[in-house]
Design a protein around this ligand. Structure first.
Ligand SMILES: Cc1cc2nc3c(=O)[nH]c(=O)nc-3n(C[C@H](O)[C@H](O)[C@H](O)COP(=O)(O)OP(=O)(O)OC[C@H]3O[C@@H](n4cnc5c(N)ncnc54)[C@H](O)[C@@H]3O)c2cc1C
Length: 325
């Protein structure tokens, strides 16, 4: 049976959902699932329970003071050392920017190949040393077939390519793994963290009310804000909006913005250019509000309201309020 090593990505004192996606994908491989947890920011027992529920057999806690805060070089070195010690057949992380960077550093240190952003993990990955993989390129607009030839196969699974699903497994075993990390690897570290705002983020919001160029001004986003607040969601926007300075870049959906995966994306006055679409395509359902029935976003949407967003969105807000009262 193969040994699969999954990198746990953490945010503050918790394990991020993207790691649960990677674990879910790794369950399709016939093997023992080992998870590498770097540092002591996450409580070991809580990690063993959470990761065990998603199928992890063993959690290896890499121990070193330099790992207690996030730093790509130090974490990359810890992963490289874990690969040398545990000699896994497959190494997996979620294809987030952190996950891909850490895998890339470990792969470079060990002179191993690495395939990023695979759409799934084929079962042959567990035991074949030559494996065909399909991965997304160019922000999701291109699917590329790659052959990975190596005794140690390092791959990331595209973020949101797989939905995290609990296996209701028991808590994983915990093993500590003291590692030697040179000070040299602490050149970049997260030393402080300031929460700009509380609540759901654009990436995790269950509903996103997006506005495009047709919204027209800073003030005209108010009805979208109202809808988002009423529904516990967030406002998103296109790059035309951030270019005009109507919303901050953190609200931008797309290739050079945030990838969203809400239950519902309401895209109003957004044409659905490919660079926007790649950030929105993981939405479960899309409702397009547009004056142009031929717009790309309309063609791809599950639902469409043909009309002026300046009339439709305030009407939606009123209807939500009426139903809530
Ligand atoms: C390298 C690169 C990276 C990029 N990255 C991103 C990115 O991350 N995110 C992103 O969004 N874009 C990105 N872009 C820009 C992208 O190509 C588009 O230019 C942009 O998404 C268009 O924004 P939009 O849909 O708001 O505007 P438009 O394309 O101008 O569309 C406006 C839409 O509003 C509709 N409309 C007009 N009036 C109304 C009305 N009253 N009511 C309802 N609908 C109306 C129109 O029919 C149209 O469909 C990138 C481009 C490049 C080159």
């Amino acid at each position: 049976m193969a040994d699969i090593l999954i990198l746990a990505e953490t945010e503050g004192d918790d394990i991020v959902d993207a790691t649960l996606e990677a674990l879910t994908a790794a369950r399709s491989l016939d093997g023992d699932l080992h998870v590498l947890l770097c540092g002591d920011a996450v409580d070991e027992d809580a990690a063993a329970e959470k990761l065990g529920a998603y199928g992890a057999d063993t959690v290896h806690v890499a121990e070193h003071d330099l790992l207690n805060v996030f730093g790509t070089e130090a974490w990359g070195q810890a992963l490289a050392l874990a690969i040398e010690e545990l000699t896994p057949d497959v190494v997996v992380a979620s294809g987030t920017s952190k996950g891909n960077e850490i895998l890339a550093i470990a792969a470079a240190r060990l002179d191993l190949p690495f395939v990023a952003n695979c759409i799934s993990l084929p079962s042959e990955l567990a035991d074949d040393t030559d494996v065909e993989l399909t991965r997304v390129q160019w922000g999701g607009s291109l699917l590329e077939d790659a052959t990975l030839s190596s005794d140690t196969r390092i791959v990331s699974v595209g973020h949101h390519a797989v939905e995290a699903e609990s296996a209701d497994g028991p808590a994983a075993d915990v093993q500590t793994m003291p590692v030697e990390i040179d000070e040299l690897y602490a050149r970049t570290q997260v030393v402080g963290r300031e929460m700009a705002e509380a609540g759901v983020t654009l990436a995790t919001a269950p509903i996103v009310f997006g506005g495009g160029r047709a919204v027209g001004s800073v003030e005209a986003f108010a009805p979208l804000e109202e809808c988002a607040e009423l529904m516990g969601g967030r406002v998103g926007c296109s790059r035309a909006v951030t270019n005009n300075g109507w919303r901050p870049h953190r609200d931008q959906v797309g290739q050079t913005g945030t990838r969203i995966a809400p239950e519902l994306y309401v895209a109003s006055g957004i044409s659905g250019a490919i660079q926007h679409w790649v950030g929105a395509m993981a939405s479960k359902k899309i409702l397009a509000i547009n004056t142009d029935a031929e717009a790309n976003m309309v063609v791809k949407a599950d639902y469409f309201v043909e009309g002026d967003l300046h009339t439709v969105i305030p009407a939606v807000a009123e209807e939500i309020k009426r139903r809530k009262s």
